[in-house]
Design a protein. Structure first.
Length: 119
């Protein structure tokens, strides 16, 4: 029996290209946010509460921050899921770690959104 061609039995999660691309796209979004934030912070003037509040009071900055928070959470999820899938062999332990990771990331993203939108 040949293991090549259309008759090959492939096993696994098949996340490869999609997650590789998602990691790159989310990394670019986070880099854009970092550059925009640095540009705002490095402007002349005193860097205090009023300045930080002014930076994040603009609607476009809130939207960019929101997208960055979601990007960071998804970026972290893809990385952690890959780590659990590669290095934790017992399925029960791996599933538990994946669920705990999802809960943790959702909690962190929810908290960050609360801070951003002052909920």
């Amino acid at each position: 029996m040949s293991t090549f061609g259309s008759k090959r039995i492939v096993v696994g999660a098949h996340y490869g290209l999609r997650d590789w691309l998602a990691q790159r796209v989310t990394a670019v979004l986070m880099a854009v946010f970092t550059v925009v934030l640095l540009a705002q912070v490095l402007m002349p003037g005193e860097l205090g509460y009023d300045r930080w509040a002014a930076i994040f009071s603009q609607q476009w900055m809130k939207l960019l921050t929101f997208v960055t928070i979601l990007s960071l959470a998804y970026h972290a999820w893809v990385g952690m899921r890959d780590i659990w899938m590669d290095y934790v062999q017992p399925v029960g332990i791996r599933l538990t770690l994946q669920v705990l990771t999802i809960v943790w990331l959702l909690g962190c993203a929810g908290w960050a959104i609360q801070v951003l939108w002052r909920l």
